[in-house]
Design a protein around this ligand. Structure first.
Ligand code: PRP
Ligand code: MN
Ligand code: MG
Length: 187
């Protein structure tokens, strides 16, 4: 086994557990959409790892499956959400018009990012919009939001890894863990 990162307190979701659950989600999604063409839209940066793993498990898939990404962020480098979702200017409405869109996110926290993005997809004329999220931090919700596919319920702890950062660090960890207190700067 690889050693745990020195700034990580404990592993909350192991690599094995994550991979097993992502495989299940992929199968469920594949069955659910069956024969409709699907646009999988990963939300950068946090969902980069979940998205690339998930699409491998939405297979075999009989219809066509496209993968794309959009970049949205609200946290900056701090530990609390600004509440303002910033979208990368490269997003084009035409890219989702008349498509079945599956938004893929690493985590729902306050719910701001996903409620904003779902509204945006509907406004852009998507045929349907659904959401797959790896982690659901229900305790922190300020905007009501329910995903269609959820990996795990997540404790209200400061977590990183598997795409999720703290001040841009730890995204590469293959597991999800909590950061040691001495490495968190509170704002
Ligand atoms: C994080 C995370 C989700 C969002 C969840 O992104 O990846 O996208 O916050 O929080 P919310 O439910 O309160 O909106 P962040 O803004 O940190 O950008 P990043 O993905 O580039 O790290
Ligand atoms: Mn994000
Ligand atoms: Mg972040």
């Amino acid at each position: 086994r690889l050693p745990i990162h020195p700034e990580i307190d404990s592993v909350i979701f192991s690599e094995e557990l994550i991979q097993a659950r992502v495989a299940e989600l992929g199968r469920l999604i594949g069955q659910d959409y069956e024969l409709s063409d699907l646009l999988v839209l990963g939300v950068l940066k946090g969902a980069f790892m979940f998205t690339t793993d998930l699409v491998r498990y939405i297979y075999p898939y009989p219809a066509s499956l496209e993968v794309d990404f959009l970049k949205a962020s609200s946290y900056g480098s701090g530990t609390t959400s600004s509440g303002v979702v910033q979208l990368d200017s490269s997003f084009k409405k035409e890219a989702v018009r008349d498509k079945h869109v599956l938004l893929v996110e690493d985590i729902i926290d306050t719910g701001h990012t996903l409620s904003h993005l779902v509204t945006l997809m509907r406004d852009a004329g998507a045929s349907s919009v659904r959401v797959a999220v790896l982690l659901d931090k229900k305790a922190r919700r300020s905007t009501p939001f329910q995903a269609d596919f959820t990996g795990f319920e997540c404790p209200d702890e400061f977590i990183v890894g598997y795409g999720i950062d703290y001040a841009e660090k730890y995204r590469n960890l293959p597991y999800i863990g909590s950061v040691k207190k001495e490495f968190i700067k509170h704002d």
